[in-house]
Design a binder for this molecule. Structure first.
Ligand SMILES: [Cu+2]
Length: 141
């Protein structure tokens, strides 16, 4: 009674094993397809290598407008979240990255860009000049 599996005829065990192998194969293929889909964004570009979030609240980004360190050539997905009751945007001067228009309260937007050169750049909100300014430090690898 304890060895029910062994009691099955050999050809039947083989069929069960084959079905299991096919199932495992299908699962592997599905996982591969899913990962390939994830590696491509809507525009066919590679998946962002680095995901960052800055949250606007109290007319500051991440409470203190902290410096953000990036590397030349790395793909960055920077999500800007607006938790304020007023609109904000985010512009990175010199790196060609900016939100499309203003983010209304509760809205968020992800900027995808690749820093092309080392240096110190300024990010900020065009609606609140001086209040929400911080630095982006881009280092060569
Ligand atoms: Cu602002």
């Amino acid at each position: 009674m304890a060895l029910v599996a062994d009691a099955a005829p050999a050809h039947r065990r083989g069929a069960v094993l084959a079905r299991r192998l096919i199932l495992v194969g299908l699962l592997v293929l599905l996982a591969l397809a899913a990962s390939l889909a994830l590696l491509r964004s809507a525009d066919g570009a590679a998946l962002p290598a680095r995901e960052l979030v800055v949250t606007a609240q109290g007319a500051k980004f991440n409470a203190t407008n902290p410096p953000i360190e990036l590397k030349v050539g790395e793909r960055v997905a920077l999500t800007v979240v607006n938790r304020d009751a007023m609109p904000h945007d985010l512009v990175i001067a010199g790196l060609g990255a900016r939100t499309k228009g203003y983010l209304q309260p509760g809205a968020q937007q992800t900027l995808v860009f690749v820093p092309g050169k080392p240096g110190v750049f300024t990010y900020g909100c065009t609606l609140h000049p001086g209040l929400m300014d911080g630095q982006i430090v881009v280092r060569q690898n």
